[in-house]
Design a protein around this ligand. Sequence first.
Ligand code: B12
Length: 314
Amino acid sequence: MFIVEGDSMSTFGQNLKYYRKCKDINQEALAAMVGVKQSTIANYENGNRKPTVDVLIKLSHSLGITINMLLEENWTEDHLIIKKTRQEGKSIEAMGIDLCLEHTILNLLNHLINKREEEVYLTIQNIYRDKGDLLFIFEEVIKPVMVQLGFLWEMGKITILDEHAASEIMARIIDWLAVKHSNPYGENEKKSQTAICLSISPEQHTLGIKMVSIFLADKGYRSICLGNNVPTLSLLSQLESLKADMLILSYTMPEHADAVANLVRVIRHEEPLKGLKILIGGQGISKPNAFVDGIEGAFKSLYELDNWLNLDTK
Ligand code: B12
């Protein structure tokens, strides 16, 4: 029985070739794993031949991916625009691991837009199993996927509803990563320090601050994420009662810079909070380490925060 027909044949061939290269397996080796000739794999990849269901299952097992990932159409016109921009000047072969990442990001985007939560989960789970590195998954996978989702929305290719659904899926995946990666005793001696993390009101973007909070927990802080819409008076009393050492403020929209500056000003007038370190970050920041009196640092990424923390502990 054949299940790959017409145009989907070339999609299948293209996917097969990409995933094979991602896993750094040559055609001969894959053929041996699946029990077919090398020329059969070449024919699949060129779109000249179709696999049987049996072979398709073996291919997906050998490459460690789902059958859907082999069959689905990832190369829509929109995705190709993004792909072309991002890969400009690089040949497919020269892309190596980047190509694998690129393909993964496009797959995730596709799954998110089509609201296939399980596929998103499986893909991220695979990356987590391979890398086990939160910083990599947050900065190199989830953030680029969300930014590209934003481009598609800006271009009118997806609806605001698609964007909401995608954010909800991603929020659950990030929470799953947090539990999976939880490090209750901390990797260093920071465990006595408390960090309070929030998105500045009226900011609605909260995935970034979730990531920052999880990252700090992984670094050994007692990290408390308050999400968004936090009333200022409650925040002030919480900072005091929890004896917070650090306040982390995130904002995505540049116009929320004033709200950040105002909150920092209010906090700096509170005598009991004199020792509190305030860090700000997010896409809303125009220049790193620029503006706002009374803060310890302004950051665009978790890499920058990581560097700062390493310096701060020395
Ligand atoms: C999902 C999404 C939404 C969701 C958010 C859901 C949620 N729970 O978060 C919803 C649908 C609610 C939404 C609403 C809006 N959105 Co929106 N949204 C996005 C989208 C697609 C993804 C956001 C995201 O999660 N990014 C990924 C996270 C991980 O990135 P991040 O927050 O920047 O965090 C990273 C770093 O910045 C850093 N970081 C963040 N904070 C901090 C803090 C510190 C201390 C440190 C060290 C690091 C750090 O760490 C993270 C990992 O690297 C973006 C596209 C984009 N470019 O991101 C648009 C985008 C941000 N949204 C946009 C807009 C316009 C809006 C709306 C105004 C739309 C509307 N008309 O209603 C509203 C905003 C209302 C408001 N008051 O905030 C624009 C912003 C344009 C601009 N620059 O002004 C964007 C860029 C889309 C676009 N291309 O046009 N949005």
